[in-house]
Ligand binder design. Sequence first.
Ligand code: UDP
Length: 253
Amino acid sequence: MARRRMIYEGKAKILYEGPEPGTLVQYFKDDTSAGDGAKKDVIEGKGVLNNRLSEYFMNGLNSIGVPTHFIRRLNMREQLVRSCEIIPLEVVVRNVAAGSISKRLGIDEGTPLPRPIIEFYYKDDALHDPMVSEEHITAFGWASQQDLDDIVALALRVNDFMSGTMLAVGIKLVDFKIEIGRIYDGDYMRLLVADEISPDSCRLWDIATGQKLDKDVFRRDLGSLSDAYSEVARRLGVLPPANAGKTGPKLVH
Ligand code: UDP
């Protein structure tokens, strides 16, 4: 069989040409990195978990009318997505202070914020993804003011959906990052949620114990990353319970 054409390889995912025009195959690797690639490891099974978790969140968003690039999961590590033009911004939404906002503004981690705060970072590894303002974004033409209004509305809807979904399984959504893509229908342009939504790009704290169930486990050497991600998947019903399969083979689909 002819090898698929690789379109792009990032730190945690690879994009291949899709089976139909306008589609891509998104492959989830086990590679994990933090601090702009300064800390790296391969966490066995991470890609499988993130493929499933991102499918779960994107399907949920699609079902409430928040447009995403997700079409369907293809197998353990791959999903079919709509090809889109990625806006070069990381859109971060914060509900509780943690990470860079705590450092930058001297706010204790865990302090609830007065309202969800949206921040934009310019996607450029060489520059370490600097924080930018709406002024920079519109002046340099990365997005228009109308796009930004739409991006803020999308980000807040994702926040409400994700906060509720996690709260239902005893997890606090502290913050998360999304990326936004554009698709064109003739002259008409639409924005959608692209990339992935997974514990790699969210901060998730157990409500009862405060235990971290996200990539901070890796960034801060707090234990097993795959145990943390499996716990999130198990609570959401994305993974079968730990003892499933003990009575005999089960169909995996
Ligand atoms: N985030 C991400 N990719 C990045 C930077 C941040 O997914 O390149 C996520 C991160 O996991 C967290 C949120 O965005 O959920 C806010 O991250 P923060 O600005 O606090 O930066 P960090 O402390 O992760 O460097």
